[in-house]
Write a protein that binds this ligand. Structure first.
Ligand SMILES: Cc1cc2nc3c(=O)[nH]c(=O)nc-3n(C[C@H](O)[C@H](O)[C@H](O)COP(=O)(O)O)c2cc1C
Length: 213
C-alpha cells in the first residue's frame, strides 16, 4: 500500500513514521535555564550521526505555547546532557515526560539522582548507565520542529558496564537499555538479540557459491 505524503496531514505522517521506524533509542535530555532550574524529558527522535566530532541529533516538537523547556534551555545555555534509558528507570523516564510547568525540576520530581557533570552545567541522571555531556553544534529548523545537533564532549558510563577501559569495551547488554516502539506507550527491551558478522567481498562470493552448489 502506498501512502502519499503530499496528501497526508502531519498527524498521519507522524503516526506512520513512529509505527514503522522502530525501535528508537531514547535521549533522556537534562537541560538547565540561565537561573539554574533543571529540566529533564525523553526524546525518541534521536540518534548519533558521526564520531569526529561525535554529534547526536534530537528532534524537538513545538509542544506547549512558548515551546518545550528542553529546547528553550538549550537555546539559552548551549549545553545539555543526554542520558540513555535503562529498563530499571523506565517509569521514572515516563514521569519526566509529564507536561509539567517550567518551574518543576523533573529530576527531583521523579525521585532521580542529579550528579554533577564535568564540562557542562546541567547535571546527569545517576540512574542512567550512560550520560553524554553535550554542547550545541547546530540548530536546524524543520517546519515547526527543531533538530538539535549536539557535540558530545564527554561520556560517563557506569563502572560495572565497562569491560575494558583501556580498549573502550562496553558491556552493552548490561546497560539494559530500552527503546521506544509504536503508539504512545510501547517500548522494547534490548534482551532479544542475534549476531551476524559483517562479510568481505570474498566471504560473500564464497557464500553465494556454496548456495549455488
Ligand atoms: C518515550 C518518549 C519519547 C518522546 N520523544 C519526543 C520527541 O522525540 N520529540 C518531542 O518533541 N517530544 C517527545 N516526547 C514528548 C516530550 O518528552 C514531552 O513533550 C515533554 O513534556 C517535554 O518536556 P520539556 O518541555 O521539559 O522539554 C516524548 C515522550 C516520551 C514519553
Amino acid at each position: 500500500m502506498l501512502f502519499d505524503f503530499d496528501k497526508l496531514p502531519s498527524r498521519e505522517r507522524y503516526k506512520l513514521a513512529v509505527s514503522c521506524v522502530v525501535p528508537r533509542p531514547i535521549a533522556w535530555v537534562v537541560s538547565q535555564d540561565l537561573e539554574g532550574m533543571v529540566n529533564a524529558a525523553p526524546y525518541s527522535f534521536f540518534n548519533v550521526f558521526s564520531e569526529d566530532p561525535l554529534v547526536l541529533a534530537i528532534g524537538c516538537g513545538p509542544g506547549k505555547p512558548g515551546g518545550k523547556d528542553t529546547l528553550r534551555n538549550i537555546k539559552a545555555l548551549g549545553q545539555f546532557v543526554v542520558c540513555m534509558v535503562p529498563e530499571t528507570a523506565a517509569e521514572q523516564m515516563n514521569a519526566t515526560a509529564v507536561d509539567f510547568d517550567s518551574e518543576v525540576d523533573e529530576v527531583a520530581e521523579a525521585g532521580l539522582t542529579a550528579l554533577p557533570s564535568t564540562k557542562v552545567k546541567p547535571p546527569r541522571i545517576g540512574e542512567s548507565p550512560v550520560a553524554m555531556e553535550c554542547e550545541t553544534y547546530k540548530l536546524i529548523e524543520i517546519g515547526p520542529h527543531t533538530m538539535v545537533l549536539g557535540k558530545v564532549l564527554a561520556m560517563h558510563i557506569h563502572d560495572d558496564c565497562v569491560m575494558d577501559a583501556e580498549k573502550n569495551y562496553v558491556d552493552t547488554v548490561k546497560l539494559g537499555l530500552v527503546g521506544r516502539m509504536h503508539g504512545r506507550g510501547w517500548y522494547a527491551r534490548t534482551t532479544d538479540r542475534f549476531d551476524m558478522p559483517r562479510m568481505t567481498p570474498e566471504e560473500w562470493a564464497a557464500k553465494k557459491a556454496k548456495a549455488a552448489e
